[in-house]
Write a protein that binds this ligand. Sequence first.
Ligand code: SAM
Ligand code: NAG
Ligand code: NAG
Length: 344
Amino acid sequence: MKEEEQQPPVHHLLLHHHHHRQRVAALAGKKFTKHTVCFILLLLLLSYSLGYISAPSHQYPNYSSPHSPSSSSQPTHINIPQSNQKNTSTPATAADNNNNNNNDHYRFTTQCADPVPSELVRQTILDRVFNGTSPYDDFPPEHASPLLRPRRIKGWGSTGAVFENLIRKVQPRTILEVGTFLGASAIHMAELARGLGLETQIVCLDDFRGWPGFRDRFGDIKMVNGDVLLLYQFMQNVVHEKASESVVFVPFSSGSGLEKLCEWGVFGDLIEVDAGHDFHSAWSDINRAYKLLTPGGVIFGHDYFTSADHNGVRRAVDLFARVNRLQIQIYGQHWVIHQYSSSA
Ligand SMILES: C[S@@+](CC[C@H](N)C(=O)[O-])C[C@H]1O[C@@H](n2cnc3c(N)ncnc32)[C@H](O)[C@@H]1O
Ligand SMILES: *[C@@H]1O[C@H](CO)[C@@H](O)[C@H](O)[C@H]1NC(C)=O
Ligand SMILES: *[C@@H]1O[C@H](CO)[C@@H](O)[C@H](O)[C@H]1NC(C)=O
């Protein structure tokens, strides 16, 4: 899937800043004599360099102190160790994992609650997210029903052979899917599991917002006062395909949702990661999802070869495998990592 990447308007901000400074200088010129201005500038320069010299030289940023909003408008300088800028294609060293001085971006919570038994996963989600009732009860609501299509499914490689291969191999009781959209892959997995006689519960984690501008291509998914009906259309698809008994969902962002699944002890035997395709989204999703794998489980995802964000998914998967000494298998566009595939 190609998502439009919005570049932050950096030059715009800089220009604005520049104009602002010119205006401030012009105003100052009206009120003060040249000497006063010179004196102030000198003072500023002096305190700037003094501040620079006396700035704390932490080895890595301390999140609480340096940028206290109440402090002066002088910038605080923090020395970031250069060793952080690694060549990402070099092999991992023990330091990658153990040197906790400068690897903040490798750190994710590792302790989750004890796993809930797989037969209780669905009820756990219903209790935690929907106050104990099924969101499919009385669906669709009257006001939304005329706005939904009976079945509107579109995915990307969502029925590739990798799904059947992995479900046959892993025989999952619980599947976690990060990134669901209209449910193409989730419904396909539900049908595969049913066909294999498995009692598999599929937990779909998606904020059901799509991405900014997705309605350029999915204009038939209605929007009501700025609220796009993606969740309802997904639910409608699940109901239409008679999969509501095996597909449950967590309609929140992948970051907060995965942290909650960890806290609730909801683990997956098979985990599919297919949400944000930029490096930082993929990196955090994979790290957060991996700790939710049951022993011997498999994690996989789409778009290993997408060019979005300069191969963001591939960079994230490769870095993850390198740091954790795991092997990557490729199935078409999909990457696959088996939990115990140590390459060391
Ligand atoms: C490529 S689509 C998923 C397609 C689906 N797996 C399939 O094969 O049919 C990506 C989905 O990820 C969701 N998504 C993107 N970033 C997200 C985030 N940070 N939190 C939750 N969902 C997110 C979007 O709403 C979108 O539905
Ligand atoms: C990174 O390391 C690899 C192999 O270790 C090497 O081939 C490559 O040229 C290096 N890239 C940079 C930018 O140093
Ligand atoms: C949750 O359900 C209970 C009954 O099971 C009800 O008393 C309570 O008001 C509900 N809470 C919310 C926030 O809907």
